[in-house]
Design a protein around this ligand. Structure first.
Ligand SMILES: N[C@@H](CCC(=O)N[C@@H](CS)C(=O)NCC(=O)O)C(=O)O
Length: 331
């Protein structure tokens, strides 16, 4: 339903939108933006007095990494909280929905819960992966055992993204295509990305892979780029599924930020978009068309620049592996 509205205008129009209590997952426990601000302030005072952690304002939290010295167990959030970090390409799609729709959802680093391997985080996200969305669950709302088992949390970025655009938070049709076939293309691009691209993306930046494993991963990225090119070309642009921006654009774009920055620089690719004109056109216009999209891409880019500054590819032996030339890395 956002399609006919300029994305910047949409973001502006919804920037101050409070989340209607009736639209929230449990009206009894959810608060308006104003009350949330009061509750956050009260929580901060309580946290300062008690030394316990509390949800961190987005700007502060996003500056933190996913790891860090574990604080004492965090107090239950008073509003929905997304645990994620800036460089997380999967989580970035959820941040896009929050930013573009002006949702009253806090963003905090997993470090606020003691990091990805802490019992507190694993109770919310059993695979130890971000993002995870924690929903308000004060004492008495859920049995303690259910809360401890993570029943007040949703993980998997696409599931969170779809929940955030559902009636729990947004008007019907938000970030969805009106045409069923267009929406099917958006779903297809998202699913292909999640099943075949993100599962191979570690070949771009993880150590411990043999030359053959890294080469196979990079070949898979190239193959999947061709498959995505067909889907995006069928929609006719400018967005993933056609004329309307959808959650699919936010799912794919952060991973393209990885590919565009890493593949030419570290693996000798001449051009990620060579022979892929539909993807080139989509990518070329994405930042300028949508301020919330530019924001998540800047967050991902900042994380990748920090990796560059830390010489990640040298430190992990990837640069030396590529220099040995035992396998093909450029596609
Ligand atoms: N399918 C999951 C993938 C989650 C995932 O791999 N998250 C990454 C960040 S983008 C992560 O937590 N990495 C840290 C780790 O695996 O230790 C989703 O879409 O949420």
């Amino acid at each position: 339903m956002q399609a006919s509205v300029a994305p910047q205008a949409t973001a502006k129009a919804v920037a101050a939108r409070p989340v209607a209590a009736a639209h929230l997952p449990n009206a009894r426990i959810c608060v308006s933006a104003t009350n949330a601000a009061r509750a956050a302030a009260a929580a901060a005072v309580t946290a300062a007095k008690s030394g316990r952690g509390a949800p961190v304002p987005a700007a502060t939290a996003m500056a933190a990494s996913g790891q860090g010295a574990p604080p004492p167990a965090a107090a239950p959030p008073t509003r929905p909280t997304l645990y994620d970090v800036p460089v997380s390409n999967n989580g970035a799609r959820c941040r896009y929905v929050i930013y573009s729709q002006g949702l009253d959802v806090a963003i905090a680093s997993p470090a606020a819960l003691g990091g990805l391997r802490s019992p507190e985080f694993l109770a919310l996200s059993p695979n130890g992966k971000m993002p995870v969305l924690r929903l308000p669950a004060p004492a008495g709302d859920l049995p303690a055992a259910a809360a401890a088992a993570g029943l007040a949390a949703i993980y998997e970025s696409e599931v969170i993204s779809q929940y955030l655009v559902s009636a729990a938070f947004c008007p019907p049709g938000t970030l969805r295509a009106a045409d069923p076939l267009a929406q099917a293309r958006a779903d297809l691009a998202t699913r292909a990305h999640d099943m075949y691209v993100t599962t191979a993306q570690g070949c771009m930046y993880k150590g411990g892979l043999t030359a053959e494993e890294r080469s196979a991963g990079l070949a898979q990225l190239s193959f999947q780029l061709d498959a995505l090119e067909r889907v995006v070309a069928a929609g006719g642009g400018p967005f993933v599924c056609g004329a309307e921006v959808t959650t699919a654009d936010a799912a794919l774009a952060p991973t393209f930020e990885f590919m565009v920055r890493i593949l030419p620089r570290h693996f000798g690719w001449a051009d990620v978009f060579a022979g892929r004109p539909a993807l080139r056109a989509w990518w070329g216009g994405l930042r300028a068309r949508d301020a919330a999209m530019a924001r998540i891409l800047d967050e991902v880019a900042g994380g990748l620049e920090a990796w560059e500054a830390a010489k990640r590819w040298d430190e992990l032996g990837i640069t030396a592996q590529v220099a040995r030339g035992e396998a093909r890395y450029a596609f």
